[in-house]
Design a binder for this molecule. Structure first.
Ligand code: NAD
Length: 716
């Protein structure tokens, strides 16, 4: 027997052992798409029909084993609703059962990444041998779903309830030693010994030295815990995981409930329960949003990859001007990902601060065992602090991160242009000032772009790469390539004040200011927006960003978009700035701050704030949380849509991902466009209309009205 299909092929090896090899045609990785799943079943049936087969080893023809199911197919598969989802997963689990029921022992040889559906496939084998360099795990809950191809059934029977809950609900990747310790794999060997080890294991089983039938039987029967033990295990994990995940992320809790209900059942009944719960998770709005975020991430990274390939040169040396909050962060990030960087300032004390900050971030990693002291020294050695332009002739990209003042920035550009090569890219990290405007007066405006990092640089995944009127493709490509090297996600956007992310943030802030003007309590607004899913409410965010910095940026935005971003009232934030309340930086903002035991600023309500702003706010009145959310979100979403209309951002995918990665937009809502889709475009337009009296920021843009009229959505 020799089977050969688009994904799987079999080869008869010695002593009746068949190698079932997964090598998906036309793809760089193995994934369980529809084609592969069907082919797996055809190969299984071919093996089952051949009486000369005595055992099977499952191998991969790629450097990964199996990355998981094909997420791009989920939309179509889930579109048919609950019966269709149940039918789809049941069909796959039936195939895995047929493999599990082969009358011969089976061994998986896991050579590389083996995740999700891949892990579920190897669980259907009797034994698993793993390369010491491979990783395994169940990342599904990150997508709002959980293992639905038998993972929740086989895992607790194989490694116990507590371990299975941890593997599935925490969604972490497991290295070989951890997988072996938990009993998820039977042996770990060096990569070059993997095939021999798998062969030896299957031969031992064939020879009867291993009781593979008994091992298999454990997966077919109920979990080995009595009712009381089960109740204890499941109830405590439900409480713990439920509290940790929170109400906006239901998948891990559904997974545990599913395991609990199926624990006392045999394989077939347990799998039917899994299918039912899986469909429930798959059809939640959260799953739809999180799957959308995953796909958007892939699309954006692919686009970045194509940009980076167009870069005429490799970026070997970077420089940053300004060693402040942003300059220090940029230097740290570049150095820690391997690109040496010169950090120039005009004040030597600033250089010390920048280096100290980088040192602190690195020391934390050393303390946590994530980095060795040698690596830390090597990273620090890649940052060259300086007060002069000495080595700037060697620099490929200069990132300017001096004060947010166009005059100062322009003077710095004129100076640095004379110090670098003709092909050196010069980028500004300005938060708001138009890149085309900053390029005026430059000798080589084609080499000039924006690179907008977010604070704190080490934590925030997004960098907006801004194309000014005269920026060349080569300059954009070089900037994108550096962002990628720095381990960040670049989104290329067109130029306007605030670019994409800040242009949408300030209307949200305006919504907040209008609420306060009309009598809302800022603490109630924070609470409602945090419930909505933002990591912090707008008042707290002002405190973190710095109110003076934010109001300075707000003035640039007002200048750029006077029809809707220039307020005709004094905002509470401006009054606080006038009273020298700048936020966390001086411990006084909307809230006041006292350092906690670890030195982190602890937020405390401050009656003084109410006193100070009372001249610019109406008498206090209650706003329903829904109204607060609508009044903050409508201006932001409208501006996102205007950015799409104006082609500032190219697609709803990029628009949504940039808000999640740049601002912390709640991932379970999938971004602004997905939020509108889930609410219904016509419903959103009606909501905006309800607040039309509040001004132009609340006016739904034409694109949205047209979409509503045509019954269109952003996605699907
Ligand atoms: N802080 C943020 O949250 C944030 C976020 C995104 C972008 N940005 C932008 O990044 C830029 C820097 O902001 P920051 O918060 O790091 O400012 P900062 O005040 O912390 O640092 C500015 C640094 O620039 C130095 N400097 C001034 N003139 C210089 C010159 N001619 N050459 C070299 N160094 C010079 C100063 O000595 C100071 O160390 C601004 O344009 C800001 O809008 C800031």
């Amino acid at each position: 027997m020799a089977y050969s299909g688009p994904a799987f092929s079999t080869t008869m090896l010695e002593d009746g052992v068949v190698e079932l090899r997964f090598d998906l045609a036309g793809e760089s990785v193995n994934k369980l798409n529809q084609v592969a799943v069907k082919d797996f079943d055809a190969a299984t049936q071919a093996i089952a029909k051949d009486p000369s087969v005595k055992g099977v080893i499952v191998t991969s023809g790629k450097s990964v084993f199996i990355v998981g199911a094909d997420v791009t197919e989920f939309g179509g598969l889930f579109a048919g609703g609950e019966p269709a989802v149940v039918q789809m997963v049941s069909a796959v689990t039936a195939m895995l059962n047929r493999f599990e029921d082969l009358p011969v022992p089976t061994v998986a040889a896991i050579n590389g990444v083996c995740l999700g559906g891949g892990m579920e496939l190897v669980l259907a084998c009797d034994y698993r041998v793993m390369s010491s360099t491979a990783t395994v795990g169940f990342p599904e809950v990150k997508l709002g779903i959980f293992p639905g191809f038998g993972g929740t059934v086989r895992m607790p029977r194989l490694i116990g309830v507590d371990n299975a809950v941890e593997w599935i609900a925490a969604a972490g990747d497991k290295k070989a030693d951890a997988a072996f310790k938990d009993g998820a794999v039977d042996a770990v060997v060096a990569p070059d010994k993997l095939r021999d080890a798998a062969l030896a294991l299957v031969k031992s089983a064939i020879a009867g030295k291993l009781d593979w039938k008994a091992k298999r039987a454990e997966k077919l029967v109920p979990v080995k815990l009595n009712k009381i033990e089960q109740a204890m295990a499941f109830e405590s994990s439900l409480a713990f995981v439920g509290a940790k995940a929170g109400p906006n992320y239901p998948a891990p809790v559904l997974a545990i409930k599913c395991m609990q209900e199926a624990a006392g059942k045999g394989r077939e009944e347990a799998l039917a329960i899994e299918a039912k719960y899986f469909a429930k998770a798959a059809l939640t709005p959260q799953a739809s949003a999180l799957i959308g975020v995953f796909l958007a991430d892939q699309i954006v990274k692919k686009a970045a990859g194509s940009w980076a390939k167009k870069s005429p040169k490799e970026i070997k040396l970077a420089a940053v001007l300004g060693a402040g909050i942003m300059g220090g962060g940029i230097a740290y990030q570049s150095a820690s990902k391997g690109t040496p960087i010169i950090m120039k300032d005009i004040v030597s004390g600033a250089l010390d601060l920048g280096m100290n900050e980088a040192g602190k971030l690195l020391s934390k990693q050393v303390e946590r065992g994530r980095m060795t002291a040698e690596k830390m020294s090597a990273v620090l050695a890649r940052i060259r602090p300086t007060l002069n332009y000495g080595d700037f002739k060697d620099v490929d990209v200069v990132i300017e991160a001096v004060v947010e003042n166009p005059k100062v920035k322009k003077a710095v550009f004129a100076e640095v242009e004379g110090m670098v090569r003709d092909d050196t890219i010069i980028a500004s990290n300005t938060s708001t000032i138009s890149i085309s405007y900053l390029a005026e007066g430059l000798k080589r405006p084609q080499n000039f772009v924006g690179m907008h990092f977010f604070n704190p640089v080490s934590m925030m995944p997004l960098v907006e790469v801004i194309r000014g009127k005269q920026s060349s493709d080569a300059a954009i490509a070089g900037a994108v390539s550096l962002v990628q090297k720095m381990g960040k996600t670049p989104v290329v956007v067109n130029d306007c004040p605030g670019f994409y992310v800040n242009r949408t943030l300030f209307p949200y802030f305006a919504g907040f200011h209008l609420l306060l003007r009309d009598g809302a309590d800022f603490q109630a607004v924070d609470k409602a927006m945090e419930r909505f899913g933002w990591p912090m409410g707008p008042a707290y965010l002002f405190d973190v960003v710095g109110m003076d910095t934010a109001m300075h940026a707000a003035a640039v935005m007002a200048e750029g978009f006077p029809d809707r971003m220039r307020p005709d009232y004094a905002s509470a934030t401006s009054v606080l700035v006038d009273n020298k309340r700048y936020g966390q930086k001086n411990n006084l903002g909307y809230y006041s701050y006292v350092p906690d035991k670890k030195g982190k600023p602890k937020k405390t309500p401050d009656p003084q704030t109410y006193e100070l702003i009372k001249g610019v706010v109406a008498a206090r009145r209650e706003f329903a949380p829904d109204e607060i959310v609508a009044r903050c979100m409508v201006p932001m979403v409208n501006e996102v849509v205007r950015c799409l209309e104006d082609k500032i951002v190219a697609s709803p995918f990029e628009a949504d991902l940039a808000l999640i990665y740049g601002l912390g937009f709640p991932p379970f809502r999938g971004g602004a466009c997905k939020y509108v889709d889930q609410m219904g475009v016509a419903n959103f337009v009606a909501l905006a209309d309800k607040y039309a009296a509040l001004g132009k920021l609340y006016e739904a843009p034409k694109l949205l009205r047209d979409m509503a009229a045509a019954g269109k959505k952003f996605f699907g």
